[in-house]
Design a protein around this ligand. Structure first.
Ligand code: FES
Ligand SMILES: [Fe+2]
Length: 390
């Protein structure tokens, strides 16, 4: 089935999706199939991930000349390289000889050129074929065997790729999020810590959970001590994102188990931003939490309908990383405790939505960002694409 632009609609009954996009207060959540069906998952990989702008990593992870990094995007493997002139390149991670991956997914390397591990064809860092090693008398035209490029763009230090090549420009995808994130200037921050998790939950359940604190009094006693769960509000502006902010209690500097920062406020932040924590989810896979003194991200890589790999990174000012005795542990510990509480809930919801007894439910006044996220997804299911304009 197609509507208008010939993008295929998702294999979910239309009436269920119409209920998701019904006015706030009368809407329902997505049907269970959206979280458990391999068919829906395959559709999402193609239409939401490969046709969107997916965050792959930070620029500092591919910053030196010769750096290679193999990332996953939807069903595709992507190879990122940095050339001698400092330009970033993205290719399908596929050799032009017989298709071996050029670098194992998830791995990094540094070398003067890209060498296929199978028969040792060698490519320049810009993807051009240098040598078809020991190929004998058979002619190989280098111009016909360049690595296949993938559209790539950067924003605030994050690298994004668009496999389909026809997503709206990244600037349009971000919409008003660019201005909202700019005061924290994550582009100048560096990775101080990272954690990865793989959990038995659909990626959307993790995103929905991120977008509401209605659950906080029940499962996050530590979080509620530093940030009132009913504080703040959600925003509804342009772009393929959802989110808002929450406040810190008067005694807390930041999100930490004791509320104390062991770093410094991010330079140049307006005074109100020292009392607030901002939570933004950029479709399809980047959750950005802006604190007065650090930035935390959750980058999601869906592996199956009921399985998601999550990488968290904690970003701090470079001058803090250089400081003797600096440790990001206060921020890492707080969010690791909170993450574990959330993952337990998300895995329970995954089992629940997979039950024959699951029925789509209503959303509370505290779940308006979940509503916005679900309506963005449901509209994409109906039209075939994410629409960052609305
Ligand atoms: S598949 Fe890469 S050199 Fe043969
Ligand atoms: Fe939570």
């Amino acid at each position: 089935m197609t509507i208008g632009n010939a993008s295929p609609t998702a294999p979910i009954p239309e009436d269920a999706l119409r209920r998701v996009i019904a006015p706030f207060g009368s809407s329902r959540t997505l049907p269970g199939k959206a979280y458990s069906s391999a068919e829906v998952f395959a559709w999402e990989q193609k239409q939401l991930f490969e046709a969107g702008w997916v965050c792959l990593c930070r620029e500092e992870e591919v910053c030196r000349s010769g750096d290679h990094r193999a990332a996953r995007l939807g069903r595709q493997g992507i190879l990122l390289t940095r050339d001698d002139g400092g330009a970033l390149h993205a290719f399908f991670n596929v050799c032009r000889h017989r298709g071996h991956e050029l670098l194992e997914p998830g791995c990094s390397a540094n070398a003067r050129a890209i060498r296929c591990p199978y028969h040792a064809w060698v490519y320049e860092l810009d993807g051009s074929l240098k040598t078809a090693t020991r190929f004998g008398d058979v002619a190989v035209d280098p111009a016909e065997h360049e690595l296949v490029p993938v559209r790539v763009a950067t924003w605030q230090g994050w690298i994004f790729a668009n496999v389909s090549g026809d997503a709206p420009p990244l600037e349009q995808w971000l919409g008003d999020l660019s201005d909202l994130v700019a005061p924290h200037a994550p582009g100048r921050l560096q990775i101080a810590a990272r954690h990865s998790y793989e959990i038995s939950s659909n990626w959307k359940i993790i995103t929905e959970n991120y977008h509401e604190c209605y659950h906080c009094p029940q499962i996050h006693p530590q979080l509620c001590r530093v940030s009132p769960p009913d504080s703040g509000r959600n925003l509804s502006l342009r772009g393929a994102w959802t989110g808002g902010f929450m406040e810190l209690v008067a005694e807390a500097d930041t999100m930490a188990l004791d509320g104390k920062s062991h770093s410094v406020p991010l330079p140049g932040l307006p005074s109100e931003s020292l009392r607030e924590v901002y939570y933004y989810g950029l479709l399809p896979n980047l959750l950005i939490s802006l604190h007065p003194d650090y930035v935390l991200t959750h980058r999601l890589e869906p592996r199956a309908a009921d399985r998601t790999f999550i990488e968290c990174q904690w970003l701090f000012p470079p001058e803090e990383l250089d400081r003797k005795n600096f440790s990001p542990d206060y921020a890492v510990e707080f969010w690791d405790v909170t993450n574990q509480q959330d993952w337990k809930a998300c895995e329970s919801v995954q089992r629940g939505v997979s039950s024959l007894g699951f029925r789509p439910g209503p959303l509370s006044a505290r779940e308006s960002a979940v509503y916005r996220f679900l309506t963005q997804v449901a509209r994409a299911y109906l039209t075939g694409r994410v629409n960052p304009a609305g």
